[in-house]
Design a binder for this molecule. Structure first.
Ligand SMILES: NC(=O)C1=CN([C@@H]2O[C@H](COP(=O)(O)OP(=O)(O)OC[C@H]3O[C@@H](n4cnc5c(N)ncnc54)[C@H](OP(=O)(O)O)[C@@H]3O)[C@@H](O)[C@H]2O)[C@@H](O)CC1
Ligand SMILES: Nc1ncnc2c1ncn2[C@@H]1O[C@H](COP(=O)(O)OP(=O)(O)O)[C@@H](O)[C@H]1O
Ligand SMILES: [Mg+2]
Length: 282
């Protein structure tokens, strides 16, 4: 029989590791956030900042040239590498030693960007989180799923999931199809929604945190940053996904008594991350 596990505080605490007193930024992991295109650089800012605020020691953003001033100004803690091209990504060239990569937010789907993603996937062996246009490009090139690093984390919302695995008629059929897909390609699928479900090795995890305040632009970009930040700290991929989804939802639960549902925006997820992580240390 399949296992169905609710992600509650005890499941999160089981996985959470406080930061060691003698740690330093080198030990906290270096994450690369690859994404952005003209008009969608905010997605990278949100991801990079969430990644830092989840404990990653170093974060570099890899973006098209036009986003340089934006990311340097909005997230001064992050380093920035730029593509040769101005408005979208055409290659992913770096010589960094990395512990995790978050890929795809705001990236667009230009054909040059397809090529860049293919060459990147062929060369890359670093733990990977793929979101948004990274998923959309994969959906157009399904044979590339074979070259993903094992246990890559995919974070589709329902529409992105449908592009990836095709149509379903019931939630049961969707879950069956996601399980088959996850097993075939040895990936972890975070099916974002209300509630978010995580499918990993034939186990379905159902998140218990979060609310409708998260129905706001950029909240998925923040989740990708959080999961990438945890992956950079050597959390096993499933643990990074489970803990990431839990704290992401918890920020909204903690915030709503103060912000209400309407005024809560993706930056507030980042703002409340400290309070959310603190609940796990108590
Ligand atoms: N500030 C920035 O820079 C931001 C940049 N962003 C970047 O923009 C790019 C495009 O991403 P995207 O998700 O907006 O476009 P897309 O995949 O076509 O999905 C849209 C359609 O999907 C559906 N849908 C979505 N969620 C659903 C759900 N839970 N449950 C059910 N359906 C759902 C819904 O379809 P409908 O229901 O209207 O048929 C909706 O109209 C991407 O790179 C992203 O990173 C954004 O992150 C925003 C902030
Ligand atoms: N009504 C809701 N209840 C709980 N979580 C929600 C709700 N609406 C959206 N979310 C969460 O917000 C995030 C939205 O991600 P996504 O659609 O990728 O946003 P974006 O692309 O704008 O960053 C997901 O983590 C999803 O689970
Ligand atoms: Mg998204």
């Amino acid at each position: 029989m399949e296992k169905h596990i609710l992600i509650d505080r005890s499941e999160a605490v089981k996985r959470f590791r406080p930061i060691a007193k003698d740690s330093h930024k080198g030990l906290q992991g270096h994450a690369l956030i690859v994404g952005g295109s003209y008009g969608k650089m905010g997605s990278v800012c949100l991801s990079a900042k969430a990644c830092l605020k989840s404990g990653a020691g170093l974060v570099t953003a890899y973006i098209p040239k036009c986003g340089y001033d934006v990311v340097q100004s909005v997230v001064p803690e992050a380093m920035v590498l730029t593509d040769d091209y101005n408005e979208h990504i055409t290659s992913v060239n770096h010589k960094l030693s990395l512990q995790a990569i978050g890929f795809g937010m705001g990236m667009g789907q230009d054909l040059d960007t397809h090529q860049a993603m293919f060459h990147f996937l062929k060369m890359n062996s670093v733990p990977l989180v793929i979101d948004a246009d990274g998923l959309n490009i994969l959906s157009e090139n399904k044979e590339w799923l074979e070259i993903l690093p094992k246990q890559t984390i995919l974070t589709p919302h329902v529409k992105e999931l449908e592009r990836l695995i095709g149509h379903w008629d019931s939630k049961l059929e969707m879950l069956e199809n996601v399980k088959t897909f996850a097993a075939k390609y040895d990936v972890i699928v975070v099916v974002k929604g209300a509630p978010t479900l995580i499918v990993s090795k034939n186990v379905i995890y159902e998140n218990t945190t979060g609310n409708q305040a998260l129905a706001t632009a950029g909240s998925g970009d923040v989740l990708t940053g959080i999961i990438t930040g945890l992956s950079a700290q050597h959390y096993a991929p499933a643990d990074a996904a489970i803990l990431g989804v839990y704290v992401h939802g918890l920020t909204a639960d903690l915030a709503v008594p103060e912000t209400g549902h309407h005024a809560f925006i993706a930056s507030d997820i980042i703002h409340y991350l400290g309070k959310a992580f603190l609940t796990l240390e108590q």
